[in-house]
Design a protein. Structure first.
Length: 276
């Protein structure tokens, strides 16, 4: 007989996931403060590493076989899994940063997108800011759906509905969200689009990393020669937003948002409830 670990955590385990989520949030906030033209993506990586290690945590990205950095930095046509290095950020770039921390055996995972100002190309900046807005909005639509969902894949349907209502955007199909807990990547998969299978039951103890990846053009992607970076085939810009979210007896709580997701969920009429 094969024994499978439950996808549902106990209340004590949910409480243990609060701190790694907050550490992840602080690391990303510190990185965001540094983002500016002339800064290299490796400098951003060093800042995230400083915040995470100073909190007594570890980068869970560095625990992935073959990956030695603290964050992923994806620029312009790169959607996810970009490797930090000597690349210098330029005006008008759209940058997605993904990070995670492990603290006392539990994990957090989160991502944001930002567009660097460029007064000489206001149309490009506006288009990229709208792409980021749509992606972030779809993330919160998915999180909001989780608050009342009976089954997990209602989340993906809500994300797709939100994106489709905003215009002609593409949702990556081959890269999805995931459960999170003792490992950064656990079951179940969290689709960012509608599927026929209803998925697992949504009930207290479910913890998910919800992460829509949306592009301005065709969603077809390729993996670059570094074997990590996922880029659009047509060269269109990409955006990636992510939060780790816990379902508990009182409702939902966004572990990687300092306010538990209150600001993002307000537009959907949902008030997150702290884990008891």
């Amino acid at each position: 007989m094969v024994l499978r670990r439950s996808i549902y955590k106990s209340l004590a385990q949910l409480r243990a996931m609060i701190e790694p989520g907050l550490i992840t949030a602080r690391a990303l906030a510190a990185v965001r403060e540094l983002v500016a033209p002339g800064v290299t993506t490796l400098e951003l990586d060093a800042e995230a590493s400083r915040v995470i290690t100073s909190a007594g945590a570890k980068s869970n990205f560095q625990m992935v076989r073959g990956y030695r950095h603290t964050i992923c930095t994806s620029v312009n046509e790169q959607v996810v899994h970009g490797i930090p290095g000597a690349r210098v950020l330029g005006a008008g770039d759209i940058l997605s940063v993904d990070a995670g921390a492990e603290y006392q055996g539990w994990n957090g995972d989160s991502a944001f997108t930002v567009v660097l100002p460029d007064p000489s190309r206001p149309e490009v900046v506006a288009e990229r800011e709208e792409l980021s807005r749509v992606t972030e909005g779809s993330l919160w639509a998915g999180i909001a759906a989780l608050a009342s969902a009976r089954h997990l894949n209602e989340v993906g349907a809500a994300i797709q509905d939100y994106v489709d209502a905003q215009g002609e955007y593409g949702i990556l199909a081959d890269y999805v969200g995931h459960g999170i807990g003792r490992k950064m990547h656990e079951s179940p998969s969290v689709f960012n689009y509608r599927v026929t299978d209803p998925g697992p039951e949504v009930r207290p103890g479910l913890v998910l990393a919800i992460e829509p990846m949306v592009v301005a053009g065709d969603p077809a992607t390729l993996v670059e020669d570094d074997d990590w970076t996922v880029s659009t085939v047509d060269g269109s810009a990409g955006s990636h937003w992510e939060h780790s979210v816990a379902v508990h007896d009182g409702g939902i709580w966004v572990l990687t948002a300092p306010d538990g997701g209150a600001a993002g969920l307000a537009a959907f009429g949902i008030e997150p409830q702290p884990i008891g």
